[in-house]
Design a protein around this ligand. Structure first.
Ligand code: SAH
Length: 347
């Protein structure tokens, strides 16, 4: 029997595990607290008997994520990590410091299957899903290295979180648990390219996190050129499920819109987007696209971005232009990992 990764279990699942190995369920709380306080071995769990510690080390383990590389932006202190997983895979994470606290951006998969044309994460496709514990451990490792508490989480690193639904839901539950990382749902943002059935399921769970939808286009024709997922779900279906999410959670939705020169940044598109989102409780985040070595698109011109923003504003749509953080350290999803893998190949 392979060992159980305890960091991926919710408190309830940990109780079941302990009962299965013939232990009292109150131990679950003690073990849960130790793990999420960041201890790395059962030896350190000083309120457990030696026997239990021994038994745990035979049947279970505490997953760890190591630091393979670290890059600190000279412009704004944004810190980007290359993390090493236990099986040797590499993923990325970022910490951004704001006045209101530290935000961690974490990955949910190794690589990505979604194939968006402008994104570096899917250049090599999907390698595998991350376990909840591997998402948690990214945060532990960042807190330990950074020396400060993480107060906000965005699931916007590599991977499509709703394509790894079960583990991501466990992650959300553990992060939010007062005996876990104790981060409020309102401080967590999940970004998705728009998997309609999973958004519906998430809405039904009524976990009041922030939902960000990578929309990037105002109509299906343009969206299909940028995002293969648009062949599966129409924008109309996506907007409809967003309305449902809003109804269920009462949370304003964010639409991300990466502006690519001559692809989706024209005035026509801004008018279409305004019509599409009219009357919806939402916010549009305009992102000057990060140019990616492996892809050939260009960033929109600054004045074009301002025109686009102006049209949305004129229609009463809440909009901001995303500040570019860590522009000097390739902070766009997947770029560092790709470079790292290329360098490894050359060696
Ligand atoms: N798969 C999820 C989350 C990861 S990507 C999603 O699609 O939302 C996080 C955000 O970064 C998404 O909005 C994604 O579209 C965007 N993104 C990807 N590549 C980018 C690039 N080169 N420049 C700007 N934004 C990019």
């Amino acid at each position: 029997m392979s060992k159980v990764d305890l960091m991926s279990l919710t408190k309830e699942e940990l109780i079941i595990f302990l009962e299965e190995i013939g232990e009292k369920k109150f131990r679950a709380l003690q073990i849960f607290q130790w793990i999420h306080k960041g201890v790395k071995s059962f030896e350190e769990m000083s309120n457990l008997s030696k026997n239990l510690r021994q038994k745990l080390s035979e049947k279970a383990y505490i997953n760890q994520v190591g630091i393979e590389g670290k890059f600190v932006s000279k412009i704004d202190g944004t810190t980007k990590y290359l993390f090493l997983l236990e099986d040797g895979h590499i993923i990325e994470g970022v910490v951004m410091s704001y006045k209101h606290g530290n935000t961690a951006c974490i990955s949910s998969q190794v690589g990505c299957a979604m194939g968006c044309s402008f994104c570096a994460s899917s250049v090599k496709g999907l390698e595998r899903n991350l376990k909840a514990g591997e998402m948690i451990a990214q945060i532990h490792t960042m807190e330990e290295d950074f020396g400060e508490r993480i107060s906000n989480i965005v699931i916007m690193g590599s991977g499509e979180p709703l394509h790894n639904y079960k583990e991501v839901i466990n992650f959300l539950r553990i992060v939010n648990d007062e005996d876990g990382l104790n981060i409020g749902n309102r401080h967590i943002t999940l970004s998705t390219c728009g998997l309609v059935p999973e958004i519906k399921d998430l809405a039904d769970l009524r976990i009041p996190i922030n939902l960000a939808i990578s929309l990037h286009a105002p109509n299906d024709e343009i969206r299909r050129k940028m995002m293969p997922i648009a062949n599966k779900y129409k924008i109309d279906e996506l907007i409809q499920v967003c309305r449902y999410y809003l109804q269920q959670t009462n949370r304003r939705i964010t639409f991300e819109y990466a502006l690519i020169r001559d692809v989706n940044d024209g005035e026509d598109e801004a008018y279409q987007l305004s019509r599409l989102l009219k009357g919806l409780l939402c916010h549009v985040n305009l992102i000057p696209v990060n140019e990616v070595d492996e892809r050939s698109f260009k960033k929109s011109q600054h004045n074009q971005i301002k025109i686009f923003e102006g049209i949305l504003k004129k229609h009463g749509i809440e909009v901001t232009i995303r500040r570019e953080m860590g522009a000097d350290i390739n902070a766009a999803c997947g770029q560092l990992r790709n470079r790292h893998l290329q360098e490894k190949d050359r060696k």
